[in-house]
Design a protein around this ligand. Structure first.
Ligand code: 13P
Length: 263
């Protein structure tokens, strides 16, 4: 037990997976796990982030889950409102569809889709104005870690959005530390390394917002049922953002269970 008062979050980022029939089955299986399991309401906030075309069906399918499961968007447009922006989905459109949570700044968006620091900041600004809760992803590359720059890179990513987020709005932000070298590689950061970075992030947050002490800071990068208990025992690891292992209902459930039990 860490003694933390922060309710942990465990969110499955399904990325560009799975096909519709498999996604529906995954939700059936997850609901079954939650029904048969012993995660108590209020001990862990659970969410899943499907592809955008599945947000509404996922949300509808999760309505009767015995433990609440939030539906989370994987990204949002940097353009606000409505208008002639082919292919985009704005924060207001998400909110209008009762999708209240969104991932912003995932390293795959930053690296593959050119979400620069200023694009990410625009997305954050618009999402907060529309009343969404953000899971803001940060993390360093292997090269940056080996060059001793990990902390500086991650704290800079926090600073990048602090210019568009006022002190109160931080209560609508959850941070996810996802070292890029640990994503999809099977190489998890050691609990010590992850805890150390989380503590630095918390220190940075407390300097910019009174909510810093209570901001949930999730770890992401090869989280599995097998390493979740150890990670969950770290005082500043307040949950997990799970990729691959969230595509299996049992593994995902076990990760959520580990965090629900730990705090
Ligand atoms: P993996 O759990 O597959 O490493 O993915 C982590 C991630 O990127 C979650 O957003």
């Amino acid at each position: 037990m860490s003694g933390s008062t922060i309710t942990p979050w465990v969110v499955g980022n399904w990325k560009m997976n799975p096909m519709q029939a498999n996604a529906q089955q995954l939700i059936i299986d997850l609901k079954q796990q939650l029904k048969a399991g012993d995660i108590l309401a209020g001990t862990c906030r659970i969410g899943v982030a499907p592809v955008s075309i599945a947000l509404l069906t996922t949300k509808a399918q999760l309505e009767d889950a015995t433990v609440e499961v939030m539906t989370v968007a994987q990204d949002v447009s940097r353009v606000a409102g409505t208008g002639a922006y082919t292919g985009e989905v704005s924060a207001e459109l998400l909110k209008d569809s009762q999708i209240d949570y969104v991932l912003i700044g995932h390293s795959e968006r930053r690296e593959i889709f050119a979400d620069t620091a200023s694009v990410v900041a625009e997305k954050v600004k618009n999402a907060l104005s529309a009343g969404l809760h953000i899971i803001y992803c940060v993390g360093e590359s292997l090269e940056q870690r080996e060059a001793g720059q990990a902390e500086q890179v991650v704290l800079q990513q926090i600073c990048d959005i602090s210019v568009v987020v006022n002190a109160e709005q931080w209560s609508n932000i959850t941070v996810a530390y996802e070292p890029i070298w640990a994503i999809g590689t099977g190489k998890t950061a050691s609990p010590e390394d992850a805890q150390s970075m989380h503590a630095k992030i918390r220190q940075g947050l407390t300097q910019i917002t009174p909510f810093g002490a209570n901001t949930a800071i999730l770890y992401g990068g090869s989280v599995k049922a097998e390493n979740a208990v150890e990670l969950a025992a770290c005082p500043d690891i307040n949950g997990a953002l799970v990729g691959g292992a969230s595509l299996n209902a049992e593994s995902f459930y076990q990760i959520a269970h580990a965090f629900a039990q730990s705090k």
